[in-house]
Design a binder for this molecule. Sequence first.
Ligand code: ZN
Length: 181
Amino acid sequence: MTEKMEWQAELVEPRHPALHTAATKDPFESTDIDWVEREQAMFTIMHDNLGIGLASPQCGDQHRMFVMSHSTKGDIGIYNPKILATSESTCVIEEGCLTFPLLYLNITRPESVVVKYQSADGTETTETLTETDARVFQHEFDHLKGLLFIDSTYSSDLKLQRAFAKREKTFKKMMEMKVNG
Ligand SMILES: [Zn+2]
């Protein structure tokens, strides 16, 4: 079965090719897409799943765009993002990913980043991101490279085994709660 690299208004399976391929399409060259509408759909999926970021490939799409909850700007769409500079200092933060519900991994990344991106109307912004904003931007930016937080760049086999085992336990507990009413 070949899955099409097409937008769907839901999260695609972790094996979907869009999640493992670099997103190459410039959103502004696809004039048939209403990006404001698309952003709204993505904000909804993000919030329904209690997320703070969602990248196009997570919905099977190959455009270079993602949405995130920015600490001061609120929900924003990020188009054609670039990371211009990263801080030398790094930090470890426990990350989750909407593609892998209830899986949490400690990931080391630069503490702050200087980024450049466009908004849905094409306006360019350059800004320095810190704390959660920096973290979310880098995680979503990875999705556009076809890189996941479970990939070997970030996580050893042992670390993954432990995280998946912990996730399995959580799932079991949730099932028990359902059975017990
Ligand atoms: Zn993710």
